[in-house]
Write a protein that binds this ligand. Structure first.
Ligand SMILES: [Fe+2]
Length: 386
C-alpha cells in the first residue's frame, strides 16, 4: 500500500452552520469579495442573512454576483480584477458548484498575474491564493471538499479541470438547511453528480484507502437518502446524509480523480451548456457497461452499496458487478433523469468534435478509468448514448 493524504479544509458541517459565516470570514480578513450567482441566494433570502452576519462581524463586503452555470474563464478574470481593484483580503463563495469553483479561481488569480487560461494547462503552479471561505447551497459537486475547479473557455468551448492545492478553501460551511428550497430537478441533477463522483473514485485506477472508505459510505447514503430528498425537499434528516455524501464525494475525487463519465460529459456541457448531472446521467449506464469487467470487485462493491433490498447478497461477484448498472439505471429513472444525448440537443455531427476535445482535455480522467478508452471507443460510446 502506498498513498498520500492531505485535505487541509476546516469543514463546518451541520444544521444552522450558515450563521457562523461572519465570524469565519472575520477570522481571515476584514474586507471580503462575496462571489455568488445572479438569482437563487437572493430569492431565498440567504444573501441578506449572510450580509447581516458579515456586517455584524465587522467585515466590509464587495459583491460579485454574476457567476453563471458552467463558469466562464472570462468571469474568473473579471472577478479577479474586482478583487485586486477593491483590495479585498478574503473571498467568500456562496452557491453551488459553479459559484464555488469561480470563487476558487478568483482567489487564485488574486495572487497571480495574467489570465486564468495562462495557468489551466500547467502541470504545476506556484505561489499563493487569497484566503477562501466556501458555503455550498447544493449537494452535488463537493467542490467545498477539494482543490479542483472546472472552468469553460467561451472562445474554444473547452471545459477545463484545474487542480492545485492553492484552490483549497480555508473553511467550508455545509449547512443541510440550505437545501430545503431546491427544486426537484436541481436535487436530481446535483445528487446524481455526487453519486457519480463517488462511483468513479471507487472504481478508478487512482483509488486509495481514504477515498475508498469515503466513496463506499457515500454511495450507500445516497442510495437511501437521495430519492427521499427528491420526493420531499423538506426531509432535513435525509438532507444531512445527502450533504455529507456530497462532501465525501468531493473529497474522494480530490484524492482519486473522476473517470470516463466526467471525461466525456465535459465536452457536452462545454458545447451545449447542459446541466452537468443531467449530461452524466445520459452517459452513465453505457459507460458502466463499457468499464465494469475491468474492475469487477469494485463494481460489485458499488452494487452492494446501492442495494437497498438485499438482492445482491445471493449473487456471485461477477453478477453483482453487472447488477450495479441496473441499480444505477433505476436511480436515474427514479430521479427523472432518463435522457438520451439527442434529448439534450446533441447532434450526431458534433460527436467528432466532442471526441477530440475529450481526448485532448480530459486525459487524467481517461487514464483514471478502469478500462482505457481509445478515441474510437469514446466516439462509439457517444453514438450509443445519442
Ligand atoms: Fe461532477
Amino acid at each position: 500500500m502506498n498513498f498520500s493524504y492531505s485535505l487541509p479544509v476546516n469543514i463546518q458541517f451541520g444544521r444552522g452552520k450558515a450563521a457562523i459565516v461572519g465570524e469565519e470570514v472575520a477570522r481571515l480578513g476584514n474586507k471580503v469579495l462575496l462571489v455568488t450567482g445572479r438569482h437563487s441566494v437572493k430569492q431565498t433570502g440567504l444573501l441578506d442573512r449572510c450580509l447581516q452576519a458579515l456586517n455584524a462581524a465587522g467585515v466590509t463586503v464587495e459583491l460579485f454576483d454574476c457567476v453563471e452555470a458552467n463558469p466562464l474563464t472570462t468571469t474568473i478574470d473579471s472577478g479577479a480584477e474586482r478583487l485586486r481593484a477593491t483590495g479585498c483580503n478574503v473571498v467568500l463563495g456562496i452557491g453551488g458548484g459553479s459559484v464555488m469553483d469561480a470563487a476558487k479561481g478568483i482567489a487564485f488569480m488574486g495572487r497571480h498575474r495574467g489570465k486564468i487560461t495562462d495557468y489551466l494547462h500547467l502541470p504545476q503552479v506556484e505561489g499563493e491564493a487569497v484566503a477562501l471561505v466556501l458555503m455550498t447551497t447544493t449537494a452535488g459537486t463537493g467542490s467545498e471538499g477539494n482543490c479542483v475547479a472546472v472552468f469553460t473557455n467561451p472562445f474554444t468551448h473547452d471545459k477545463l479541470v484545474f487542480f492545485t492545492p492553492l484552490l483549497f478553501a480555508t473553511t467550508a460551511i455545509v449547512d443541510p438547511e440550505l437545501m430545503v428550497t431546491l427544486p426537484p430537478a436541481m436535487v436530481a441533477a446535483t445528487g446524481f453528480d455526487a453519486l457519480s463522483h463517488n462511483i468513479e473514485a471507487l472504481v478508478g485506477n487512482f483509488v486509495q484507502p481514504m477515498s475508498e472508505i469515503m466513496a463506499r459510505q457515500a454511495i450507500a447514503l445516497l442510495a437511501r437518502h437521495l430519492p427521499r430528498v427528491f420526493q420531499d425537499a423538506t426531509d432535513i434528516e435525509s438532507w444531512e446524509q445527502v450533504c455529507w455524501a456530497n462532501t465525501l464525494g468531493g473529497m474522494a475525487i480530490g484524492l482519486s480523480a473522476c473517470g470516463l463519465p466526467h471525461a466525456m460529459e465535459h465536452p457536452l456541457s462545454g458545447l451545449h451548456n447542459i446541466t452537468h448531472g443531467v449530461g452524466l446521467a445520459a452517459l452513465y449506464p453505457a459507460l458502466m457497461d463499457f468499464s465494469w469487467r475491468s474492475n469487477v470487485s469494485a463494481f460489485a462493491t458499488v452494487a452492494q452499496a446501492l442495494d437497498l433490498t438485499g438482492a445482491t447478497a445471493a449473487m456471485g461477484e461477477i453478477d453483482r458487478a453487472r447488477h450495479s448498472i441496473r441499480l444505477v439505471r433505476e436511480m436515474i429513472a427514479s430521479l427523472n433523469l432518463a435522457f438520451t444525448l439527442s434529448d439534450l440537443g446533441v447532434k450526431g455531427e458534433e460527436i467528432d468534435w466532442m471526441t477530440r476535445r475529450c481526448c485532448e482535455t480530459m486525459q487524467v480522467s481517461i487514464q483514471q478509468n478502469p478500462r482505457l478508452a481509445s478515441a474510437d471507443d469514446i466516439r462509439a460510446l457517444y453514438l450509443a448514448c445519442l
